[in-house]
Design a protein. Sequence first.
Length: 334
Amino acid sequence: MSIVNTLTSLGQKVDPVMIGYLKKGAKRDLIPANIYQINAGGKRVRAALTLLSCKAVGGKISDAILPAAAIELIHNYSLIMDDIIDKGEIRRGIPTVRAKYSDDMALLVGMFYREVIEDIARNCSVPKKIQDLIIYTIKETIEGERLDILFEQIGRPEDYIIKHRFKTISYDSYLQLIGKKTATLMRSACQAGTLAARASSQKEKSLVDYGWNTGLAFQITDDILDIFGEKTGKEIGKDIIEHKLGNAIIMYAFQEMDTKSKKKFLDILRLTKVDAKSVKKAIELIEKTKAKDKAYKSAKKFATNGKKALLALPDSKARGQLIELADFIVDRLY
């Protein structure tokens, strides 16, 4: 069984918990909207990270089921809100919550999720620690979404966004973006597992470092796929079409581009509609640089750092699966 299938099978153990909590206290006609996002599927990687992290430090799966459900709900909560913000129509191959039930209902469902996350946290074996972790994680995720919006190069004509919109991207601002947007939740998923197992601070740090580094590697790899598509079936130039400046490939390309090339690239990102011809031109500008190679090496470095962090833990099947996941995150490019 591949590591992805292993993680999905493990992560799906939280589905009955999530659905049960999403039904509790909800009016009968709201329940279908509440559980729609969960029933839409997903790999449950973050839930699996919580469960594997718990096992890797000597805990039991049963200790971490509730924290894993809370972490997975944070992820799905963020997807619902992201689709409202981006007016997303399709996710996981089916209509989004907002597309099926309306923006107003999707917003209410998202609010219900936030209360359910708190409800689950209160019932964890270490409620205060899990609650504190959840509060921190959601605040960081919100900031990541704010930065993501501000890196978009057109649309959203509101004064605040125009005033604060990024006109270029540096390595530091990129890492800040993906740290908050992606890596924080993966780090928290691992940390939640160690808290559930009541692990030592040393073991907790090992998995916190692993989650952070693999989270960065995960997003950088996604950025490469969102430009080049590779073998995943993703649309070529997806982030270019969506006017996004906050991408590893673009960030590294900008380090090498001269002023004229940067302007050409930004002009494409700022088109009201980026057509196939414009995508091709943008990718040609990127391919004149070593951006793809640099991004791949960066993802590989963070994945390696994540694996090194695990060496402080005793050898175990769970540790081996976490190492395998770090390798897969980067190797899925090829």
